[in-house]
Design a protein around this ligand. Sequence first.
Ligand code: HEC
Length: 176
Amino acid sequence: MKKLQARRAGWLLAALLVPALAFAHGGATGVVHDRMHEMKDMKAAMKELKPIVAGSTDYNADTVKAQAQRLVKASGEHMLTLYPEGTFTKPSEAKPLVREDWKTFSQWANDMERVGKAMDNNASNGLGKATLSKADIAKLRVADMTDSQLQSMSVADLYQVAGSTCSSCHKRFKKD
Ligand code: HEC
């Protein structure tokens, strides 16, 4: 009798766990799941870069390159394919404004990719100096810069610009 109960409890547990695994990210499926996953990957990349930029972890060009490439991979045109019409209801935290102001959204997706590429490109030059103030970053428009201008920036500055691109886009297009 006890054995049977234990077995039943086992099945019950399995039945409860399966949907929990299938619906990670609060029940998101399809493109919504995929875009959340990619966003988390960018977050992980920024987290790896943070101590390197702060100087508390030794600079390693290969590590920086790898993180920059994660940013590139999750942004640009590829990011845009993950935000089709009709995908802005729960559990998504993206506002329908994404489609209404597609121009700005695509601009930032594109900026993110270009900043990532510049960082990938400059990683072999070392961390460099952080020269931009908060005000400079707020004023800076990646869209108005050429690739070579971006590539003349240090990894330290590009990291700040990347972070500011994440937050600009979230402020406008992501529900809190
Ligand atoms: C072009 C706009 C844009 C850019 C750039 C952007 N994000 Fe997002 N991010 C979003 C939107 C929109 C959502 C909400 C997605 C959803 O829930 O459907 C989101 C969601 C997230 C989430 C939550 C994911 C989850 O599991 O719910 C994280 C974490 C995140 N972004 C990190 C980042 C980081 C880090 C960067 C910069 C390196 C970044 N994002 C750049 C628009 C952007």
